[in-house]
Design a protein around this ligand. Structure first.
Ligand code: AMP
Ligand code: ZN
Length: 152
């Protein structure tokens, strides 16, 4: 049998990741090639390549988790000037990991050049160097703390 996709492995806790949030249906973790400080991915635990493979209630659930992540990032002062909530749904839309995911990417007013460079690497599939695991774990811990402080 072929190996499950990388995000299925993360959802099953069988691949390293910096966990931000999880419940029975969804998981959120730090992106290893962040396009902004504290970039998080929100995924369904069940495998689905595109968002349209999930029913409407489940899609809403994913966006609800993305909103909680966004709120936690803002509490930490990340993305106060803006945030991308991004879903690359399909190959032609630059989806590189074939398991549906929502990006929550905090931006800062003067980070355009840095972010554009990373975005270019992302679109070409090269990605560049990974963020240090210790940094991702520290950011995930701070986000978990904020998420625990409030109920939606
Ligand atoms: P997309 O192009 O929308 O499919 O984005 C996929 C994202 O997944 C990219 O931003 C990658 O940096 C990120 N990514 C790939 N593998 C991992 C991983 N093992 N852990 C965390 N993020 C990952
Ligand atoms: Zn999968």
């Amino acid at each position: 049998m072929s190996k499950p996709c990388i995000f299925c492995q993360i959802a099953a806790n069988e691949a390293p990741h910096a966990l931000v949030y999880e419940d029975a249906e969804c998981s959120a973790f730090m992106d290893i090639h962040p396009l902004g400080r504290g970039h998080v991915l929100v995924i369904p635990k069940q495998h689905a390549v595109q968002i349209t493979e999930l029913d409407g209630t489940f899609q809403d659930r994913l966006f609800q988790v993305a909103r909680r992540v966004l709120k936690a990032q803002r509490q930490l002062g990340w993305g106060l000037q803006g945030t991308h909530i991004l879903l690359n749904d399909g190959k032609a839309a630059n989806q590189t990991v074939p398991h549906a995911h929502i990006h929550v990417i905090p931006r800062e007013s003067r980070d355009s050049l840095k972010s554009m460079g990373r975005l270019l690497l992302h679109v070409t599939g090269l990605f560049g160097p990974r963020q240090k695991s210790a940094v991702l774990q520290q950011q995930a811990k701070a986000l978990r703390h904020e998420i625990d402080r409030f109920q939606e």
